[in-house]
Design a binder for this molecule. Structure first.
Ligand code: HEM
Ligand code: SF4
Ligand code: SF4
Length: 529
């Protein structure tokens, strides 16, 4: 059932995102930058909030007047800031909802990712608490409605000795101290929210917390436009003697408020409790089956730290050397954080299929899917290639190449293949062309696999693809599991391009990758051809 909902959602996101990716660079795809946009809107809310505080009078008598004053008399700066504050807060809600759905749709919430998912839950609560206390401060009719309904809801819980709702039903009962407490809450809760947002991304390496400049600029322009077109306004001074009957609601923050009267307070709390419980349990419904984590082989590790640099999950740290080898550090895998994506294997300098050891040991490897086994699969698949040109596909098992059989070697992530594997395939004449088929650029399942592959091939990241490797015989195709047709079309086009190339000189060595055993040496001294 959950799997079916997930695939429908994934299809929906794919239908929106893929055409977008074809028209614009992935950096402009807002759906691929939701977390970063969340942080961006938070900073806009924070800066505009500080600006508003300069004009805001925190006393209950003058709060409404001060907000009116800044909105009407200084509309061109403080008024715009007020609108910024409100609309950027609304956009945070939009971002949270879509971000939650997208992480769910792409199955980014189970396994070791439970941590980011679970810490998202207090983020939702704190975001709502920040927004609701904000509406309180304007002290207009909407504030009255919010104050009354919130306190009625809180009174339903056995927390307060005396009902707090009565503070808002008659004049003279509301103390200035209570209002000051709300002002304090509206500052303290967002600060705590920021702290939890930081915790939320603790277990992600290189989290995107700043949107690309163009996207940030476009968001700002849109905010200015909306702020001038529909400025945020108050709804008339509060009158505690009268019940607030007709108020305009902010549907981003207050959608449940009108339901309080219809469902009753108990039902609202039951709904919120059930929603929170469901979110909290989801990473284990059902739990993700885990492959064995990566293992370090110290005899082949020179402590270069490339694996730690490339791991998307902060699962590797460099620790002092323990085996007396003349290197200061060695890699250590924290197995509880490892998702067995194999990206570290592709990063290790000793991961080369050219190595002269029959066993093909590497500094870091996946016990269930070793580099040696990958080399054997590549050689075996290459032997089945027929016709001309012979194309070998190295496919991520989450992308469009996942279901392919002919001439295809499946990988947990395309960055699991070290660039030297492509060199090996072409220089040993195992194929006429190599295709790297990964997830869609803006939706890499392991977050950084596509980026690292592109950078390694472009010589911008170690390990580089050697310059001797003929680039015209390599293609990278980034396509989601929904885009199998596009993958086949691009494969056919690449096949035609390779067929038109001049014939290659004969291969320098036999097609068998494993050759005579070599004495065991540290990775840095290993001989590669
Ligand atoms: C203000 C609200 C939030 C902000 C600013 C935020 C921000 C972020 C950022 C920056 C990332 C890293 C993205 C990347 O670089 O790939 C991230 C990841 C993630 N977020 Fe959020 N988030 C928020 C709310 C939530 C909520 C409510 C949930 C779900 C309950 C959630 C679930 C996740 C998950 C599961 C990941 C991990 C994705 C992965 O491992 O690939 N987030 N978030
Ligand atoms: S397999 Fe993936 S998650 Fe595990 S240590 Fe290597 S790069 Fe990190
Ligand atoms: S040699 Fe390999 S295992 Fe050792 S630190 Fe470098 S990349 Fe990691």
């Amino acid at each position: 059932m959950i799997g079916a909902i997930r695939s429908v959602l994934r299809r929906g996101f794919g239908l929106i995102e893929r055409p977008f990716d074809r028209l614009f660079p992935p950096t402009l795809n807002p759906l691929a930058q939701l977390g970063a946009l969340g942080f961006f809107f938070f900073w806009i809310v924070a800066v505009s909030g500080i600006y508003l505080f300069i004009f805001f009078d925190t006393g209950i008598e003058r709060a409404y007047g001060s907000v009116e004053h800044l909105t009407r008399d200084y509309w061109f700066h403080a008024g715009v800031m007020r609108s910024f504050h409100r609309y950027a807060s609304d956009l945070m809600v939009v971002m949270v909802v879509v971000h939650l759905l997208r992480e769910f749709a792409y199955d980014h919430y189970r396994g070791v990712r439970w941590f980011s998912w679970l810490t998202g839950l207090p983020v939702i609560w704190l975001l709502y608490a920040s927004g609701i206390t904000g509406y309180w401060l304007v002290w207009d009719k909407l504030a009255h409605y919010v104050a009354l309904t919130t306190s009625e809801l809180l009174d339903w819980l056995p927390i307060f000795g005396e009902p707090i709702a009565r503070n808002f039903i008659s004049t003279g009962t509301l103390t200035s101290r209570f209002f000051t407490l709300m002002v304090f809450m509206h500052v303290a809760v967002p600060l705590f929210l920021l702290f939890i947002m930081w915790v939320h991304i603790l277990r992600i390496s290189r989290p995107k917390v700043n949107p690309p400049r163009m996207l940030a600029a476009l968001s700002l322009v849109a905010l200015v436009g909306v702020s001038l077109w529909k400025p945020a306004l108050s709804q008339g001074h509060v009158d505690l003697a009268k019940a607030p009957v007709e108020v305009g609601l902010d549907w981003f923050y207050l959608p449940l408020y009108p339901l309080t009267d219809i469902w009753g307070k108990g039902a609202i709390w039951a709904f919120l409790g059930a929603f929170s419980l469901m979110i909290a349990l989801m990473p284990w419904l059902p739990p993700l089956r885990r492959a064995k984590p990566a293992e370090v082989d110290l005899a082949h590790c020179n402590g270069c730290a490339r694996c730690a640099e490339d791991c998307p999950y902060e699962a590797i740290r460099m620790v002092p050397r323990t085996d007396g080898m003349p290197f200061p550090t060695q890699a250590e895998v924290k197995s509880s954080l490892c998702v067995s994506c194999g990206i570290c294997v592709g990063a290790c300098p000793s991961s080369t299929p050219f190595r002269r050891s029959a066993e093909l040991r590497t500094g870091i490897d996946l016990p269930d899917r070793s580099l040696r086994e990958l080399r054997e699969r590549v050689i075996a698949t290459a032997a089945t290639l027929q016709g001309a040109p012979r194309l070998l596909v190295l496919a991520c098992e989450r992308g469009a190449g996942a279901g392919r059989v002919d001439g295809t070697v499946a990988l947990p992530c395309v960055a699991n293949a070290p660039p030297s594997l492509v060199d090996f395939i072409l220089s040993r004449n195992l194929a006429d062309g190599v295709v790297i088929a990964g997830c869609a650029e803006s939706a890499c399942y392991h977050r950084l696999g596509v980026a690292w592959t592109e950078q390694r091939f472009a010589g911008m990241r170690d390990p580089h693809l050697r310059t001797r490797v003929p680039r015209e015989r390599i293609a990278t195709i980034w396509a989601s599991a929904l885009e199998t047709n596009r993958l086949e079309q691009e494969l056919a086009a690449f096949g035609r391009a390779v067929a038109a190339l001049p014939p290659r000189p004969p291969a320098p060595a036999p097609a068998s990758g494993a050759v005579a055993p070599a004495p065991r040496t540290p990775a840095s001294e290993e001989v590669c051809t």
